[in-house]
Write a protein that binds this ligand. Sequence first.
Ligand code: 0WD
Ligand code: CA
Length: 422
Amino acid sequence: MDQHRSHNPNSSHQNRQSAYKRERDDSGKNHCENKHSRPNHPQYQSGPTPGQNPLSSRGLSTRREQYEKDFPVYKQPVEVGCFSLDSERRFFNDNRQMRYYVEPDRSPNFDLRDGYKDRFIKRDDSVKEKLDHMLRWILANRSKLSSRGTAASSCALDVDFVTWRGHLTKLLTTPYETREGWLLAVTRFRGTLYISEVETEAARRDQENRTERHEEMMYWGYKFEQYTCADNVHSLPDPGGVVNTNEAFCTVVQTRLADHRLLFSGEVDCRDKDPNAPAPPACYVELKTSAEISTPKQRSNFHRFKLLKWWAQSFLPGVPRVVAGFRDHEGVVVTVDTFPISKISHLIKNEQNCWKPTVCMNFCCEFLSFVKHIATEDNPSVVYLLSWEPHRDVTFSIHRDSQYSFLPHWYVEEMTRSQDSH
Ligand code: 0WD
Ligand code: CA
């Protein structure tokens, strides 16, 4: 795979890369240094002195107009590893939970309600795993990531950011989000910035007040996976089995957004079972369910809201297609459609005032610059808490040895040890 090609859905944009490079020529020299150059960003003012706790009134704008610029450089994501979580949520540094896509009929009539009462084991979502699985993967694979650095380099890892793909998806969709805010905890440790989500009060309330109908509908997505995924290349899906949401297969990818080197992991539903399929992540398939579309209004909402989320989630790790099961109110899949990620931005072109990939990517890029700029103290027990509510700027506060600290001792100790032995 050509690592230097940028991954761009709007390749018709002329002059994109050269214009972008000119803007960025003052940065990206040494990603390990703790003090950062302070390019002139229009979106925010200089941050406060670290060490203070009060919420800063200075923030980062999330207004769409600010981010309607050329598409930033986004390198083709490269899979650097993977891991699996088994039926008891135990970590394995391998692909044992990989599943294989078996194409269903276009009108399969899958009953997504089947098994909800008697063949469903639900992950305990009160257990907050934070970045732990990714950190385990990093420790098991640190030789692939550590700087082959000279004595001058003090980086433990050759990346600027470590996070879950899902957190980046939230950033990409922020300029268009009108309902749900977020809280992201950031810690700088040995030059790398770790980003881990903190549940908002509103999200906790929503989770507690879910209706039985909503609980069941959350199962439907997993049931669709069971109808379309086989455990082995040569086997078939087993709709009579148990759905266990502890099980997961996750890809770990490395890429770069402008001058931000990213390492993130995302859960992958399945892969193309053809042995001649392209290498990961290009052989991966994302599965979704959605309410069937019968009116122009429903179609428009689907384009404006759902396709934005689907595009952002799969574009980030370079997963090329989403297979969607459209279901009726009784949870029966009436049609199945494939959405190539590269075609989604064309599909939405006819919607008035619709979302734009460039706005999503430019906002994420500026957010990461903002984080580099404010999170200056390199200390595993310091958390910069970035918070955002719809129609507001992104603001932050600083917390020492607080409930927000998320890098576990086992990680900090092992990284410190491995670094000192280099
Ligand atoms: O706050 C969270 N949601 C966290 C999730 C915090 C820390 C870890 N995780 C875990 C998830 O349980 C999962 O193993 O990270 C893994 C997924 O990370 P991701 O790929 O970055 O997450 P995202 O892109 O939001 O979701 C991908 C898939 C979902 O598919 P759909 O099609 O619904 O987008 O991961 C699954 C789900 O299948 N998933 C979860 N599974 C169980 N519990 C959860 C969850 N909380 N969140 C996503
Ligand atoms: Ca899915």
